[in-house]
Ligand binder design. Structure first.
Ligand code: SAM
Length: 291
C-alpha cells in the first residue's frame, strides 16, 4: 500500500513549486493542507473497497490519494488543464483512479455511473469549488445520479442553510431541496488555516445521505419546487401574494388562499414558516386545482 503524501503543507508547496502552479481564483482553488481534516472526511464518508467514488475538483490530488487508498475506484473530475500533468505525477502509484479533464457541470454523470459502476450507487466526496456548490449538489439530485451519499466541504453558511428548518434565517429553497433528497449532517467545522490559499470564509464538511424514498409524498416534484422557489423569491410577501405574483399558475387568489388554509395556517403566513411536509401538502392541493 502506498501512503498519501500530500496532506502536509510542505509536500503541497513542493509540488506547486515544481510545476510553477498559479492558483486560479475563478476556479475556487483552495487546497487542503490538514491531514486531520482529510482523515475526518474519509472516515465520515464511510468508504470501503466496494465503493466507487466521484471526486469533484481533485486539485493536485491530495484527497484523491486518500480516496484511492480507501475506495475500489475513484473518478476525479478536474476543470483546470494545468492540474492534469500534476495529477498524473501525484497519482501515478494508484491504478484505481481515472482523471477526467472537464467541467463537472457539463458531464452526464448518470451515464458515467452506468458505464463505470453498472448503475450501482456511488459516493461523492469533494472539497467543492464554492462558487458552484448549489448547481453541483442540485445537479446530482435532480439528474438522478445514482448515489448513496455526498460528503463535501462547503462554505459554512451554505452547510447551515442545508441543515436548517422553518423559522431559522438561513432556511430557504436549498434547505428544502436538500432535505427532500437526503438527510444532512454537519460533520465538522473547518477554519481557513486548513487550506492553501486561505479562503475568506469559514468552511464545514457536510454529509448528505440519500433517502431511499423521499420523506413526503408529492404528486408533481417540479410543481412543489416551483412553489418553494416562488415563495422564497419574495420573502417579504405573504405566501399567498408570493404565489399570486409568481404569475405561473393563473389561479385566482381565493383558490391560493383556500389551498393555504388547508394547512391550518392563516392566509397571511409566510413561506419561511412552512415545513417540507407542508409544502408537499400545499403543492398536492394546488396540483388538483390545475389538473
Ligand atoms: N480537492 C482539492 C483539495 O482539497 O486540495 C482541491 C479543492 S479546490 C476547493 C476545488 C477544485 O475544483 C479545484 O481544483 C478547481 O480547479 C476545481 N474546479 C473548479 N470548478 C470546477 C468545475 N466546474 N468542474 C470540475 N472541477 C472544478
Amino acid at each position: 500500500m502506498t501512503k498519501p503524501t500530500l496532506g502536509n503543507p510542505q509536500n503541497t508547496i513542493e509540488v506547486l513549486q515544481k510545476y510553477k502552479f498559479n492558483f486560479q481564483k475563478k476556479f475556487g482553488q483552495n487546497f487542503l493542507i490538514d491531514t486531520h481534516v482529510l482523515d475526518k472526511i474519509i472516515q465520515s464518508a464511510e468508504i470501503t473497497k466496494d465503493d466507487m467514488v466521484l471526486e469533484i475538483g481533485p486539485g493536485i490530488g491530495t484527497m484523491t490519494q486518500y480516496l484511492a487508498e480507501a475506495a475500489g475506484k475513484v473518478i476525479a473530475v478536474e476543470i483546470d488543464k494545468n492540474l492534469i500533468p500534476i495529477l498524473q505525477d501525484t497519482l501515478q502509484a494508484y491504478e484505481n483512479v481515472d482523471v477526467i479533464n472537464e467541467d463537472v457541470l457539463k458531464l452526464d454523470l448518470a451515464k458515467i455511473v452506468e458505464e463505470e459502476n453498472g448503475g450501482r450507487p456511488i459516493k461523492v466526496v469533494a472539497n467543492l469549488p464554492y462558487y458552484i456548490t448549489t448547481p453541483i449538489i442540485m445537479g446530482l439530485f435532480e439528474n438522478h445520479v445514482p448515489l448513496k451519499s455526498i460528503t463535501v466541504m462547503v462554505q459554512k453558511e451554505v452547510a447551515d442553510r442545508m441543515q436548517t428548518g422553518p423559522g431559522n434565517k438561513d432556511y430557504g429553497a436549498l434547505s428544502l431541496a436538500v432535505q427532500y433528497y437526503a438527510e444532512p449532517y454537519i460533520v465538522a467545522n473547518v477554519p481557513p488555516n486548513c487550506f492553501m490559499p486561505r479562503p475568506k470564509v469559514g468552511s464545514a464538511v457536510i454529509r448528505l445521505t440519500r433517502h431511499d424514498e423521499p420523506p413526503v409524498e408529492v404528486k408533481d416534484e417540479k410543481l412543489m419546487f416551483d412553489i418553494i422557489r416562488a415563495s422564497f423569491n419574495q420573502r417579504r410577501k405573504t405566501l399567498a401574494n408570493g404565489l399570486k405574483n409568481a404569475g405561473k399558475w393563473n389561479l385566482p387568489k381565493e383558490v391560493i388562499e383556500e389551498a393555504i388554509e388547508t394547512l391550518g395556517k392563516g392566509a397571511s403566513v409566510r413561506g419561511e414558516a412552512l415545513s417540507l411536509e407542508e409544502f408537499a401538502k400545499l403543492s398536492n392541493v394546488i396540483y388538483t386545482h390545475l389538473n
